[in-house]
Design a protein around this ligand. Structure first.
Ligand code: Z5A
Length: 211
């Protein structure tokens, strides 16, 4: 049996990750692949409970340090009970956000050091990491406008100011520059079909060529 693949999608709010996951799921399933779609924080019953307390409530509800620990508690449960079992049976796992979001939001956005977050990641996950990370890059002003147009209640994170969202955007670009073998940056300002084409090219170049 061919090994499964772990693909994460990252980027700011409203960048188009969820939309892209929908298209990718269809394309990969059309190729006969077993596709598992999941998200963070969340993806298992326990992690979804943590998602609820992480995303709702006052902006100041959690310190960045508490937030990082809760994100990783959810992540360990998700990796152990959902992602690793799916990969072991040969599935392709598409995950809406993963550890790079902690580096961006709690690290760069929340002021935690990159080294201490790397230690936390190592304690929680060891060497486990995505095979491919698609970073959907978009001007945060456009992303926030898209989420407002969607008409949903803002999460705690969407309530932060414009400077915070600009730092997050740069944080994701810096992560991509540091790990070019794992990350591909996609232009989220393009039409959904064009973003999808670029994502499939990345998948084919980076992953299917090696299987
Ligand atoms: N968080 C954290 O702090 N630390 C962590 O470690 C982790 C997460 C894992 C999860 O929120 C929050 O948790 C997140 C970071 C934090 N912060 N916030 N907020 P979430 O899951 O609720 O939200 P999100 O991940 O930011 O997703 P989103 O707001 O739903 O955005 P999206 O998935 O990237 O976008 P979308 O839903 O695909 O598209 C948004 C709208 O734009 C929608 O109406 C689409 O139809 C439209 N769209 C999509 N693509 C396009 C294109 N290409 N052109 C035009 N319109 C488009």
């Amino acid at each position: 049996m061919a090994p499964g693949k772990f693909i994460t999608l990252e980027g700011g709010e409203g960048a188009g990750k969820t939309t892209l996951i929908g298209g990718l799921t269809q394309s990969l399933a059309d190729r006969g692949l077993d596709v598992v779609v999941t998200r963070e924080p969340g993806g298992t019953p326990g992690a979804e409970l943590l998602r609820n307390i992480l995303l709702n409530g006052d902006v100041e509800r959690w310190s960045s340090r508490a937030e990082a620990l809760l994100m990783y508690a959810a992540r360990v449960d998700h990796v152990e009970r959902c992602i690793k079992p799916a990969l072991a049976r040969g599935a392709w796992v598409l995950c809406d956000r993963f550890a790079d979001s902690t580096r961006a939001y709690q690290g760069v956005g929340g002021g935690l050091g990159a080294d201490e977050l790397a230690e936390l990641q190592h304690f929680a996950l060891g060497a486990f990491a995505p095979d491919l990370t698609l970073i959907v890059d978009l001007d945060p002003a456009i992303g926030l406008k898209r989420t407002i147009q969607r008409g949903e209640k803002a999460t705690r994170f969407e309530k932060f100011d414009a400077g915070y969202h600009a730092r997050l955007r740069q944080a994701f670009l810096d992560i991509a520059a540091e790990a070019p073998e794992r990350c591909v940056v996609l232009d989220g300002s393009l039409a959904p079909e064009a973003v999808m084409t670029a994502a499939l090219t990345a998948v084919d170049t980076r992953l299917t060529a090696s299987t």
